[in-house]
Design a protein around this ligand. Structure first.
Ligand code: SF4
Ligand code: SF4
Length: 86
């Protein structure tokens, strides 16, 4: 049985690399990197405030605080609707 962990998904088909998520995030400099698309890492710093998801102009961000954390579950890690915030 895997441990559920926080994950932040960015839809690469929606992200326009505007950087708003990084700008609005209280820990943006630590968590967000913006290249061709945005990527969130260092999620130990994340407050799970979901402001990034609210701010994203294209709705590209999903904050999932109950994502499967073990490797075997990675293949099936489509977020469950009930677990999604933002
Ligand atoms: S706010 Fe949304 S569209 Fe803009 S960089 Fe972040 S994820 Fe991409
Ligand atoms: S949920 Fe809040 S703290 Fe976490 S990445 Fe988004 S804006 Fe930053």
């Amino acid at each position: 049985m895997g441990v559920n962990i926080l994950k932040i998904y960015v839809d690469e088909n929606k992200c326009i690399a505007c950087g708003d998520c990084k700008d609005i995030c209280p820990k943006g400099e630590i968590i967000w990197s913006i290249n061709k698309i945005a990527h969130a890492s260092n999620l130990g710093y994340c407050h799970v405030c979901t402001i990034c998801a609210s701010r994203c102009p294209t709705g590209a961000i999903l904050v999932d605080r109950n994502a499967p954390g073990d490797d075997k579950s990675e293949r099936n890690n489509q977020p469950h609707e009930d677990d999604l915030i933002g």
